[in-house]
Design a protein around this ligand. Structure first.
Ligand SMILES: C[S@@+](CC[C@H](N)C(=O)[O-])C[C@H]1O[C@@H](n2cnc3c(N)ncnc32)[C@H](O)[C@@H]1O
Length: 188
């Protein structure tokens, strides 16, 4: 069944969810079985926090999350997480710890509308998330990264393929129809 773009925005508002992105991770998780109880999760580009809400809900709070974003995140009143306000390009990978079960990146550039620029910046953000992931992800761990499809698609795919045992791509129904975004899902 297909819903209009506003369906997910309204549903998020009604349920007290901070962004419609919640439903994208929910779809990804239903399809690829990514989030499990007692996982240690790194959430890159995490503000305003709806993916944290999803991981909390899915595991009934049995999850540990470190998040990073340029922006602060309002605390959740029933769940503690460790948020770092930092540009991903400036962060020291050692400060993030290691042995994550899942590395998520929903990072997105500020869209300029200039052809090629947004997709290139998105490519750079995926590469940055991937370089962190290579240092901190456990064997058999999951990497999920949003990418605005552009010229660099094949190059990026090839690079990810060399590292992961399994690499998939998926566009959730809850993504806006006209959006160029897809998600890469890598299993180490
Ligand atoms: C689509 S939002 C993420 C939504 C989030 N997954 C949620 O569920 O609430 C994209 C986020 O990427 C962050 N971002 C973009 N560039 C970044 C960078 N260089 N370093 C850290 N965060 C960045 C933005 O600040 C923004 O909050």
């Amino acid at each position: 069944m297909s819903f209009g773009d506003e369906y997910y925005t309204l549903k998020a508002k009604k349920l007290g969810i901070r962004a419609r992105s919640y439903f994208k991770l929910e779809e990804l998780d239903h399809k690829f079985k990514i989030i499990h109880d007692n996982n240690k999760i790194l959430d890159l580009g995490a503000a305003p926090g709806s993916w944290i809400q999803y991981c909390r809900d899915k595991t009934k709070k049995k999850v540990s999350i470190t998040s990073v974003d340029l922006k602060p995140i309002e605390p959740l009143n029933d769940f503690l997480f460790n948020h770092i306000v930092e540009n991903i390009n400036d962060i020291s990978v050692n400060s993030l710890g290691r042995d994550y079960d899942v590395v998520l990146s929903d990072m997105a550039p500020n869209t300029s509308g200039i052809k090629g620029q947004d997709t290139y910046e998105s490519y750079e953000l995926v590469l940055k998330a991937f370089s962190i992931c290579k240092n901190v992800l456990k064997d058999k761990g999951f990497f999920v990264a949003k990418y605005f499809q552009g010229e660099e698609f094949q190059e990026l795919r090839n690079e990810l393929k060399q590292f992961f045992n399994v690499l998939k791509q998926f566009k959730p129904k809850s993504s806006r129809k006209k959006s160029k975004e897809i998600f890469f899902i890598g299993i180490r």
